[in-house]
Design a protein around this ligand. Structure first.
Ligand SMILES: Cc1ncc(COP(=O)(O)O)c(C=O)c1O
Length: 475
């Protein structure tokens, strides 16, 4: 433990660094130099043989985080759903680091556990779940929440698999996602012992939504061939293009086929907080489980995934185990030990940053922030079109996929990659490229930051126009 005077100086330095970052990040480059050798050379100083002065160590971290980071909290970061963290979220994570609540056992952290359950019930009700039947768990992120979904779906359909494993089942279990779904389901299939061949990728239509007819016919084929379908996943806000699958249509197929219906609303689920966007999620209330990432559109610091379900007993059936060494003071109380309801065992409080952010902003504060980002998305679409770019995805959410309308050879992946790289290496903004429907190359820009303003949108379009000119000139 450091001396109180040194600690006081450290806290002051840390809070100054946090405030400085919040104030100045927008005037800094968005992207870092990508030079591993330089970073490794910097680290040579720390061989852990000679203790370093704590103030010096903090200064080292602050200086080099500034230098070597893609600044996702920057208003010109148009990226992969990474937010600018809320002030309350930063404060909460700082308190969590200091108080270090242990969320394995309820009795070790009664407040922190109850806060998470409270948030789970209230969030569930935004999706149309009945709070009396809502359960859920916080997770590291969408990956873990989706993994939890696959595990709970397996437990529901094949209860015996909890003991004998999936390899002892009579038929190979298979699950259904669209070709635009997040790849966490492929990872989850590996982690569950199903293997990636068990993930059926259903084609999308021109609108990039899962093709419900293709789903129905693949299901019929799999049943004829002796596979055991158990789960279908719809995405509410795809990573590529922000498209929301037709949740009601997929819910209907899932009900008819007796499949676990999961909605991956990791990003787009935030539409549930905005009354005029809520209809986009019609059908989500029928989901057996939902993934929602607070570290995406609720702008809390990473990581904060949430798994929600309307089956109150399923987490218990999926994860309960007994361990003689675990605390027992809460036995007999109507409470749950989180480690018996989730993948993780010892873990930090994830819910406090969501709780404090919601407590201070309120639903209305979040609705206003999301509306502002949606408005910036609309502005971006308009400015791109006016500058000779063609927006090719259709979503009311603030994510634009676009190509160069004037490029004589049509859109080519290499050409778009060069434009994105020019923008990124200029430090003026961060954008990326992707492929829609697995084939069409596009540039992708998403408004992920509640601080992004019209001048930031214009700066992005100016940077793109400049990059296009440079790339064309060099061809
Ligand atoms: C739709 C969707 N699902 C799941 C994930 C995985 O979430 P995480 O990166 O928090 O694990 C993402 C990540 O962007 C996503 O976009």
């Amino acid at each position: 433990m450091l001396e109180p005077e040194v600690r006081a100086q450290l806290w002051q330095r840390v809070t100054e660094a946090i405030e400085d970052y919040a104030k100045k990040v927008e005037s800094h480059r968005v992207t870092p130099e990508l030079e591993p050798a330089k970073i490794r050379a910097l680290l040579q100083r720390f061989d852990f043989q000679v203790p370093v002065d704590p103030r010096e160590a903090i200064d080292f971290a602050v200086e080099n985080l500034w230098r070597y980071q893609t600044h996702t909290p920057h208003p010109r970061y148009y990226g992969l759903f990474n937010p600018a963290p809320t002030t309350m979220g930063i404060a909460a994570d700082t308190l969590v680091a200091a108080f270090n609540p242990q969320l394995a056992a309820w009795s070790h952290s009664p407040l922190a556990v109850e806060i998470e359950q409270h948030v789970v019930r209230l969030l569930g009700s935004r999706f149309g779940y009945d709070p009396a039947h809502t359960d859920g768990t916080f997770a590291s992120g969408g990956m873990e929440a989706n993994h939890t979904a696959v595990l709970t779906a397996l437990t529901q359909t094949f209860p015996e698999s909890a003991h004998c494993g999936v390899r002892a089942l009579a038929a190979q279990p298979v699950l259904y996602v669209s070709t635009e779904a997040h790849h966490s389901f492929h990872k989850a299939a590996r982690l569950c012992g199903l293997g990636t061949d068990a993930v059926r990728e259903i084609a999308v239509g021109e609108d990039l939504q899962m093709d419900a007819d293709a789903l129905a016919s693949r299901l019929a084929q799999d049943r004829r061939e002796g596979f055991a379908p158990f789960m279908v996943v719809a995405t509410a806000g795809t990573t590529n293009s922000g498209v929301i699958d037709s949740l009601a249509a997929i819910a209907q197929i899932a009900a008819r086929e007796k499949l676990w219906f999961h909605v991956d609303a990791a990003w787009g689920g935030a539409a549930a907080l905005v009354p005029e966007l809520r209809p986009l999620l019609a059908g989500v209330e029928r989901a057996d489980s939902i993934t929602f990432d607070a570290h995406k559109w609720l702008s809390v610091p990473m990581g904060a995934g949430i798994y929600l379900t309307r089956h109150r007993d399923i987490l218990d059936r999926t994860f309960r185990t007994t361990a003689a060494y675990m605390p027992r003071e809460a036995a007999g109380l109507d409470v749950v030990d989180p480690c018996m309801h989730s993948i993780q065992w010892s873990r930090r409080s994830i819910g406090l940053k969501v709780f404090l952010s919601l407590a201070v902003a309120g639903w209305e504060g979040y609705a206003a922030a999301i509306r502002q980002m949606v408005a910036m998305g609309t502005l971006l679409r308009g400015e791109l079109e006016a500058s000779g770019w063609e927006v090719v995805n259709k979503t009311p959410l603030p994510l634009c996929c676009f190509v160069d309308r004037e490029h004589p050879e049509g859109p080519s992946a290499a050409y778009l990659d060069r434009i994105a790289l020019k923008v990124v290496s200029s430090g003026k903004a961060w954008i990326s490229t992707t492929r829609l429907g697995g084939s069409t190359p596009v540039l992708r820009a998403c408004i992920t930051n509640y601080r992004t303003q019209p001048e930031d949108v214009s700066a992005l379009v100016a940077a793109l126009d400049w990059a296009r000119q440079q790339v064309r000139a060099s061809q």
